[in-house]
Each structure stands twice: as structure tokens, then as C-alpha cells.
Design a protein around this ligand. Structure first.
Ligand code: A2P
Length: 292
């Protein structure tokens, strides 16, 4: 299905035969060309870049991307400064999308936040990761739990046909400090409804399976609080109209800061859920969101 979608997408975009996107031949090894940059807040931005024609990945995986560092003062050698970034675009897409934090004194993101269309970004095209459907047993409902830029792998999985083939219900929770940090995720989910291609390929109204539960912790919004606290009090389950997670029906993927990941892991173990991996599919999987 994913392959079919990618093929159709390309056919739509390129009327005759598919040829690699026109771009200047990159001067550096593993370089890709930036095609779009969007800034959301002073802490968050997203960007797109070209995808090597030979690169395959599973929705939810990450790659190492970065920039070439400054030349060594004596040897003149340049080394790339790379970090793990979840691919935010789905596996069938022609381009690669990423969602990033900006840390003013961060080794990579202090520079990466200034990239412009046409610039080159280095990428090691070896996608890996545990936030993939293969690492979970079949279930009825899938939960995606994110904080901050941890939304990125779910931006991929929310546009992945298999997500809707495998589950009756998809619940995505996103906890951020401020309201503006929810924009990327909210826009992405809103954008699924009018997306004709996805409605045609996945099924008309596929997006009705999604329940979106955004919360903020440091700025007023309709739902305040950490998702962990809202689950412990039962409020989140009441709001969503579903029972607490159980190993028979529920599957979950976690991507956030370290404290968040650990707290949710402990909660899941108490619900009786077992952590899975590519080689051992179980009830839930975890990955650390990138923080420079
Ligand atoms: P809080 O503002 O209460 O710390 P950050 O930007 O620092 O990575 O945080 C992103 C979001 O994750 C914030 O809303 C933060 O809430 C929340 N958060 C941090 N630690 C946890 C945790 N252990 N459980 C749930 N949410 C957390």
C-alpha cells in the first residue's frame, strides 16, 4: 500500500515519467538540498529536503542529519556534526521533512536554524528506529504520546496508510509548554481532512479515526497539564471516552524528553504493557526526542 501511494503520488506530481528532482549536484558527500523552511516559534522550525532516489525507510524511523563543521585550524579537515532526527514525512513521500528545536547555544541547531532553501544538509541515509508498526503486536487502538519535537515520528505515522489499516482508533497526545508549540501538529492533523490523495488511497474519512489531545503546561489553553498527570487522575480517559490502556486492546508509541519517556514507561508497566522491539513485537515502544 505504501509503495502504491508513493508511486501514485509521484505520478500525480510528474505527468510523464519520474526523473530525480532537479537540483544542483551537491558538493559534499551525502548532501541533500533544502526545499522548504517554516518557523513556528523562536524554539521550533520544520524543513524539507530532497530524498535520495534509492533511500527507503519505514514511517516512524530516524536518520542522522547535520551540517559540516568548520575546517580544523591545522589540518583543514571538515567533519560533519550529526544528530538523530526522526523523519516527519511518511515513507511514500518524495521529499524528507524534519521538525526541529532551536537551541541558541546548541552545537548543531544554533546553525541549523538558519538554513535556507537551496542550502545543503548532510544526511547518512541509513534509517533506523523502534517507532515502527513492525515492533507492535496487532491491537485495536494505537496511542501516540509526544512532547515538543517528539511529534515528528507521529507526523510520519499519521500519514502512513498502515496506521489506519492496522487500527480502529488512533489517539495522539501532544504536551508542550506553550500554545504556539502545538501549531505544527495541529496544522498537520487539520491538513489530513482535505487531503484528497490520502482520502482516496487510505479510504474516505480515514482521519475520523484520529482523536487529538493537545495539552500545555506553562501557557493557558483549553486543556492544561502534563498528559501523565491527566492520565493518572483519569481526566484524559474521561475526555477521550476510552478506558485506561490495557494489553488486550491498546498499543502505544512514546517520543518525548527523557523524564516523560521514563514516567510513561513506568505507567505502562503498571497497566501490564510490555515494551517491544523490531525483533520482538510487543505492546509499546519508546524513542527519545532529539534535544540539542
Ligand atoms: P513542564 O512544563 O511541566 O515541564 P520540554 O520542552 O522541557 O522538553 O518539555 C516539553 C513538555 O513536556 C512540557 O510541557 C513539559 O511540562 C512536559 N514534561 C516534562 N517532563 C515531563 C514528564 N515527566 N511527564 C510529562 N510531561 C513532562
Amino acid at each position: 500500500m505504501g509503495k502504491d501511494l508513493r508511486h501514485r503520488h509521484m505520478t500525480e506530481m510528474t505527468p510523464v515519467t519520474y526523473t530525480a528532482p532537479t537540483k544542483a549536484v551537491p558538493a559534499l558527500p551525502d548532501a541533500q538540498t533544502v526545499t522548504e523552511v517554516k518557523h513556528y516559534t523562536d524554539r521550533l522550525f520544520s524543513f524539507k529536503m530532497t530524498r535520495p532516489a534509492s533511500m527507503r525507510f519505514r514511517s516512524g524511523e530516524f536518520v542522522m542529519i547535520g551540517l559540516m563543521g568548520d575546517p580544523h585550524p591545522e589540518t583543514g579537515k571538515v567533519k560533519p556534526l550529526l544528530r538523530a532526527y526522526s523523519i516527519a514525512s511518511p515513507s511514500w513521500d518524495e521529499e524528507l521533512e524534519f521538525y526541529s528545536i532551536k537551541v541558541q547555544d546548541g552545537p548543531l541547531t544554533s546553525k541549523l536554524q538558519h538554513i535556507k532553501v537551496g542550502d545543503e544538509v548532510t544526511m547518512r541515509p541509513k534509517p533506523v528506529g523502534t517507532l515502527v508498526h513492525d515492533a507492535l503486536l496487532p491491537g485495536k487502538r494505537i496511542w501516540f504520546f509526544a512532547t515538543g519535537t517528539g511529534f515528528a515520528p507521529f507526523a510520519s505515522l499519521l500519514r502512513e496508510p498502515q496506521t489506519y489499516e492496522d487500527y480502529d482508533e488512533i489517539i495522539i497526545t501532544h504536551t508542550c509548554r506553550e500554545v504556539g508549540e502545538l501549531t505544527y501538529g495541529r496544522d498537520l492533523i487539520e491538513g489530513l481532512k482535505p487531503n484528497e490523495l490520502l482520502n482516496e488511497v487510505i479510504g474516505d474519512g480515514f482521519w475520523k479515526k484520529i482523536k487529538y489531545y493537545p495539552t500545555t503546561t506553562r501557557e493557558q489553553s483549553p486543556k492544561m497539564g502534563r498528559i501523565t498527570d491527566l492520565m493518572k487522575s483519569g481526566e484524559a480517559f474521561k475526555d477521550l471516552g476510552v478506558p485506561p490502556l490495557n494489553p488486550d486492546n491498546d498499543r502505544a508509541m512514546i517520543c518525548g524528553n527523557m523524564a516523560f519517556n521514563l514516567e510513561l514507561k513506568e505507567m505502562f508497566e503498571n497497566y501490564g504493557l510490555v515494551e517491544g522491539a523490531n525483533s520482538n513485537p510487543q505492546h509499546y515502544v519508546v524513542e527519545k526526542a532529539f534535544l540539542d
